[in-house]
Write a protein that binds this ligand. Sequence first.
Ligand code: MN
Length: 322
Amino acid sequence: MSNLDRHPATRELGGLEATSAGPALDLLPGKEVLLGESTRVRRLLPTLGRRLVGAWAFVDHYGPDDVAAGAGMQVAPHPHTGLQTVSWLLEGEVHHRDSLGSDIRFGPGELALMTAGHGIAHAEQSPHPHPPFLHGAQLWVALPDASRETAPAFEHHATLPGWTSDGLTTTVLMGSFGGATSPGTAYTPLVGVDLAVAAGADVEVPLEPDFEYGLLASSGSATVEGAPLERSAMLYLGTGRRSLRLTAAEASRLLLLGGEPFEEHLVMWWNFVGRSGEEIVDYAEQWNGESERFGTVVGYDGERLEAPPLPPVRLKARGRQR
Ligand code: MN
């Protein structure tokens, strides 16, 4: 998916000022955002109070939406820079096309990982015909300065590693978790893992004390170290934890995102991550000018998304502000 907001806010991200020095249990209720004309998503990151969890810079949770009678997801070609997109479905199917010539469909349990690096363009659509429900998460990972100009790449991993213990089934999207390591390319120490928790389960999962974490309830609900986590909300867990206790009264799916706190200061606007306002303006002008930087999405029949008008403020990375 894309940030389809026609008046996107400028976000200054990064720096260690807002990273918790120890465990936290801060509820991030998320905010409903309208994408395009009909798709509603819950945006968990960035929010007013928190903008990054490790290198995870953007978290949208959408669905389950009944798309049986409609076109479903229809996101026209748009660009990205300086980030990776991590697409994760619980239900449905998405057809991804990009300016590298990638042309794949992915479904639940599969990882679609796009590294924008220097620049890429892609489109995402529900295929026709498509399954009746669409439910998933769109995640962005900020690239560190040393890797942000890397050549664009797309990876599709149809099977992912994971493990099962009593009442818990894990699927590792990114990084390593409990001895299982995702094949997805990562550029900073981070982890993304889907936790399928059985009804009545009481489990303890291992964490890295140097990482900060957020936990999203994609479906169902859970109790996390005694704190309630309702569907489509996120708990910021801070740092300094070696394990996390989860109980669930109903079968639930949780998305655990974590990583080393991201020290560099970033500017995020629309679908771009850069280091300064000047860079962001360049990216937007290059996209609207059909620069070769982003290439052309092969096989997409329709108009591209134009970059929205830039906000009338200087876009400068100042660190993570509240
Ligand atoms: Mn996108």
